[in-house]
Design a protein around this ligand. Structure first.
Ligand code: BES
Ligand code: MN
Ligand code: ZN
Length: 494
């Protein structure tokens, strides 16, 4: 998909499809009003007759051949008073989905001319490219029948109200395109079934990223290397499976030589059965998404490379399966982490923290400016925040606020949760330095407290995406989150 920005009157833009908005209750947006001047009032009539109501997500396609455009797509925007980032992004998503079903090869979207609360030309461009990329994404389905044809849409333009906004809008579109590319790798990896997307497959894709981007270098560590590094905690999780575990290190070189990198650690459990603490069957298939943290940090590195961000970003991904077997780790086993601290494995289903802790210790060698880990870590996080908001926990309030702000700007929300000393008591053990699991109260927070024991002296934050990483039910699939948040964070750091 190519994106571009244009300035000038909607009525003068030649295109296969002009996209204009309608507010609720039934009133044409600015672009629709201008365009209606050359369409002899037919848009206004549709609204008067109640054919379009302006409800969020509503679309209506009209053939208007003979004018400057072949088609007009009316898009419902909801109420004008509340028209912000979220509504704008949603409207673009609906518009792109609708245009993709037509034969249009190009479209010009005028929704960016509406008063979107608290956005500039940059964010209007960026959110547009992101939403279009998101809407045009197709899951890598493995079907016997022929795949559906790709939509013919190749070119997507957005309008800005004056020429001096063109450069900013173009910059936003380029960044949005990079974010969409990052989301697309992330969604592909997460959507693939666990019999395809194994730790070895993740390693192959990480090497592929390095082949496709000059700025990326990939290193893959195998089990003998992990044993030499004394990653006893990580290795205890992979003990029950036949699939070899891998540690991926994927670096985007963009910063000045010697500058401190940003390290992103992603949980890469390609399938989580729970191990000996086996999970219940309902919904267990969704545990193929338990490597979404890994997928999102790889996506963020790809986006950083596409955009050409002038900083060093390193994705560190511990990748393995969590399986029961005769060789699997058992509840009560005590393991020694790379940091030297010992852990009593109370519950083998609390495996994410066991692989992340060794990856966090490994991250120290890069002398990072900050370390952010991303993980589908706890069911408790889903109970606390549901499917809309990720949880942030950190040993640095400033860093947590930075990530929260990135989530607000990118419309990929996250919420800062407390992590006070009292919670740490819950992880006490009679047999090791501490336990990997405890009671259910504050489960998302106690998981973060466990990780905090490995981040002394680091500026560190943890993002729990168990609720936001994927949708269930008929919509089942990866959301691509939190790639927009991570990339916005990186852009603001650069
Ligand atoms: N991968 C799960 C967390 C999860 C649950 C992600 C639901 C997405 C949706 C994680 O490994 C896990 O099993 N966590 C346990 C921890 C508990 C045993 C302390 C949980 O949340 O139940
Ligand atoms: Mn688990
Ligand atoms: Zn898990």
């Amino acid at each position: 998909m190519r994106f571009h920005a244009v300035s000038g009157q909607p009525a003068r833009q030649k295109t296969d499809c002009a996209i204009v908005g309608v507010f609720e209750p039934a009133s044409l947006g600015v672009a629709a009003t201008q365009l209606d001047g050359v369409l002899s009032g037919r848009l206004a009539r549709l609204v008067e007759r109640g054919d379009v109501k302006g409800r969020p997500g509503e679309t209506l396609l009209l053939d208007v051949d003979g004018g400057p455009c072949a088609r007009v797509l009316l898009v419902g925007l909801g109420r004008k008073a509340g028209f912000g980032r979220k509504q704008y992004k949603k409207a673009l998503h609906a518009a792109a989905s609708a245009v993709a079903k037509t034969g249009a090869r190009d479209a010009v979207c005028h929704l960016s001319l509406e008063p979107v609360i608290d956005t500039d030309a940059y964010y209007r461009g960026r959110l547009a490219a992101e939403a279009v990329g998101h809407a045009l994404y197709r899951v890598p389905a493995i079907r016997s029948a022929r795949q559906p044809a790709r939509p013919p849409l190749k070119e997507f333009g957005i309008t800005v109200s004056s020429k001096d906004q063109l450069a900013e809008a173009e910059r936003g579109l380029a960044h949005g395109r990079g974010i969409a590319a990052g989301m697309s790798v992330s969604r592909d990896l997460a959507n693939l079934p666990a019999n395809v997307c194994t730790p070895g497959y993740l390693a192959k894709q990480a090497r592929e990223l390095a082949r496709e981007h000059k700025s990326i270098r990939t290193q893959v560590l195998d089990e003998p290397e992990l044993r030499r590094l004394k990653m006893g905690s990580f290795l205890s999780v992979t003990a029950g499976t036949e699939e070899p575990a891998k540690l991926l290190v994927v670096r985007h070189h963009g910063g000045k030589p010697g500058s401190a990198p940003i390290v992103l650690v992603g949980k890469g459990v390609t399938f989580d059965t729970g191990g000996i603490s086996l999970k219940q069957p309902p919904g267990m298939d969704e545990m193929k998404f338990d490597m979404t943290g890994a997928a999102s940090v790889l996506g963020a590195v790809r986006a950083a490379a596409e955009i050409g961000l002038p900083l060093d970003v390193i994705a560190v991904v511990p990748a393995c399966e969590n399986m029961p077997s005769g060789r699997a780790t058992k509840p009560g086993d005590v393991v020694r982490s790379m940091s030297g601290q010992t852990i009593e494995v109370i519950n083998t289903d609390a495996e994410g923290r066991l692989i992340l802790c060794d990856a966090l210790t490994y991250a120290r060698r890069f002398k990072p400016a900050v370390v952010v880990d991303v993980a589908t870590l706890t069911g408790a996080c889903v109970i606390a925040l549901g499917a809309h908001t990720s949880a942030i926990m950190s040993n640095d309030d400033g860093l947590a606020e930075e990530l929260e702000a990135a989530g607000r700007r990118a419309e990929d929300r996250a919420w800062h949760m407390p992590m006070a000393e009292e919670y740490h008591d819950q992880l006490k053990s009679n047999f090791a330095d501490f336990a990997n699991a405890c009671g259910r109260e504050g489960g998302a927070i106690t998981a973060a407290c466990f990780l905090a024991k490995f981040t002394d002296g680091l500026r560190w934050a943890h993002i729990d995406i168990a609720g936001t990483a994927y949708l269930g039910g008929s919509q089942k699939g990866s959301t691509g989150r939190p790639v927009p948040l991570l990339v916005d964070f990186l852009i603001h750091r650069a």
